[in-house]
Design a protein around this ligand. Structure first.
Ligand SMILES: Cc1ncc(COP(=O)(O)O)c(C=O)c1O
Length: 370
C-alpha cells in the first residue's frame, strides 16, 4: 500500500530515544530543551516551548493571551476541529470565516466579512491556519487584526518549514502553534510547541504547561491554574535527528508536490491546490468536481494499493458547531465544498518518483473513465 503519510524515523533516532529510556529520566529534560532550541533555530526567530500536542499548543497560547468567557475568536471554517475546540473549551465563542477556494486558508476578505455585525471590542483574537502547510497571508491578516486590537495566533500545526514573504511561518503572529503528530513532517508521536517572540509570553506558556508552577523565593508556588501539557524527554529525543534532516526533507516535499502538479495538470474534473514557493506541503489536497463520487474514488484508489483520504472539516457542518451556532448550510460555501470534495494524496519523504507516477496515472484514469 502506498501510504498517505509516513514518519521519517531513522535507526539513530530510535537509538537516541532508547538512550533516554535507559537513563530513567523520562519527563521534560535536556532533550526537550534541545528540541526547543532546534525549532527556534530552524525557524530563525523567537523562543519555543514544547508541549504535549498541537492542541495543547493552541490551548496554552490562547490561555497565555488571556482569551476566556465573553471573548470571540475568528477561526477559518475549513480546518481540523482542534483549532476551534480550544476556543470553545475556554468558554469563548468561535466566529467562523470562509476560506479561499484555491489555497484553502483564511484571507483578510474572509475575516472582514466575518467581522461585520460584531462590536469592535468583542472579537479578541484571530487564529489563522496554514492549512496543509500553505502559508496564510499573515502580513495582511495581522495588520487587519492589530488595527482592531486583536491578538494574532497562527495555527501552523501543519506548517513547520513553510515560509511567508521570506520568513518562517509564525513570525507575524503573537504565538505560533505546531504539531508533532505522525501525520506531520516532524513527529514525536504526540507533541507540539508554541513559538513566540515575546519572552514574557513564552514564560506564561511554560508556566501553564507545568501546572502553573513558578519559582518564588526559592520555593515552587502555583501562580496560575495551569495544566500538565509537558512533552516527555524520550519523545523530544525522537525529533532531534528529524530536525537535523529537515531542510532536505522540505525540499523533497516541494519536489513531490511539483511532480503531482505537473502530472495532474489539465485533468478535467480536478482542481489542483495553488502553489506557493514557501509551501512545505504537509499534504497535497486536490478538489474533485461535484459530479464525482469522492468515496468511490477513495475506495478505487485503495483497491489499486493507494491510500487517500478527505482533507479537513467544514466546522459549521459538524454536530457540535451546528447545534451551538446553527449556521445556514451554505454560510461558508468554499469550506463546504472543500470538505465535501477534497481528496488528499500520499506525500511523504519515503514516497518514490515511480509511486507518484502510479498515483497520478491511477487517479487520472479513474476520473476520465467515470
Ligand atoms: C490545523 C490543525 N490544527 C491543530 C491540530 C491538532 O494537532 P494535534 O493532533 O497535535 O493535537 C491539527 C492536527 O491534525 C491540525 O491539522
Amino acid at each position: 500500500m502506498i501510504r498517505l503519510a509516513a514518519p521519517d524515523i531513522s535507526e539513530q533516532d530510535i537509538e537516541r530515544c532508547a538512550a533516554v529510556l535507559r537513563s530513567g529520566m523520562l519527563v521534560q529534560g535536556p532533550n526537550v530543551a534541545a528540541l526547543e532550541d532546534a525549532i527556534a533555530g530552524f525557524a530563525g526567530f523567537g523562543t519555543c516551548a514544547a508541549v504535549s500536542s498541537g492542541t495543547a499548543a493552541l490551548h496554552t497560547a490562547l490561555m497565555a493571551l488571556g482569551i476566556g468567557p465573553g471573548d470571540a475568536v475568528l477561526v477559518p471554517a475549513f480546518t481540523f476541529p482542534a483549532t476551534a475546540n480550544v476556543v470553545e473549551a475556554l468558554g469563548a465563542r468561535t466566529v467562523l470565516c470562509d476560506v479561499d477556494p484555491g489555497t484553502y486558508v483564511l484571507t483578510p476578505e474572509g475575516m472582514a466579512a466575518a467581522l461585520q455585525g460584531h462590536r469592535e471590542d468583542a472579537v479578541r483574537a484571530v487564529i489563522a491556519v496554514d492549512e496543509f502547510g500553505y502559508p496564510a497571508p499573515m502580513t495582511a491578516i495581522a495588520a487587519l487584526a492589530r488595527g482592531r486590537g486583536m491578538a494574532v495566533i497562527e495555527d501552523a500545526c501543519c506548517a513547520l518549514g513553510s515560509m511567508h514573504e521570506g520568513v518562517h511561518v509564525g513570525a507575524h503572529a503573537d504565538a505560533a502553534c505546531f504539531s508533532f503528530h505522525p501525520r506531520k513532517a516532524v513527529t514525536t508521536g504526540e507533541g507540539g510547541c508554541v513559538l513566540v517572540r515575546d519572552p514574557e509570553l513564552v514564560e506564561r506558556v511554560r508556566r501553564l504547561r507545568n501546572h502553573g508552577i513558578e519559582a518564588r523565593d526559592g520555593l515552587a508556588d502555583f501562580t496560575a491554574a495551569g495544566l500538565n501539557y509537558r512533552l516527555t524527554d524520550f519523545q523530544a529525543a525522537l525529533a532531534l535527528g528529524q530536525i537535523e534532516r529537515f531542510g532536505p526533507a522540505v525540499a523533497r516535499r516541494r519536489d513531490l508536490a511539483a511532480r503531482y502538479a505537473y502530472l495532474l495538470a489539465g485533468t478535467p474534473g480536478l482542481a489542483l491546490p495553488e502553489p506557493d514557493d514557501g509551501h512545505s506541503w504537509q499534504s497535497y489536497m486536490v478538489v474533485l468536481d461535484d459530479g464525482l463520487d469522492r468515496l468511490a474514488v477513495i475506495e478505487e484508489l485503495r483497491a489499486a494499493g493507494i491510500e487517500a483520504n478527505l482533507g479537513a472539516q467544514a466546522l459549521h457542518e459538524l454536530g457540535y458547531f451546528a447545534a451551538k451556532y446553527g449556521h445556514e448550510a451554505d454560510a461558508f460555501p468554499n469550506a463546504s465544498r472543500l470538505y465535501r470534495s477534497g481528496l488528499v494524496l500520499p506525500l511523504h519523504t519515503g514516497l518514490r518518483d515511480d509511486e507518484v507516477l502510479h498515483v497520478a496515472a491511477t487517479l487520472k484514469s479513474l476520473i476520465e473513465n467515470g
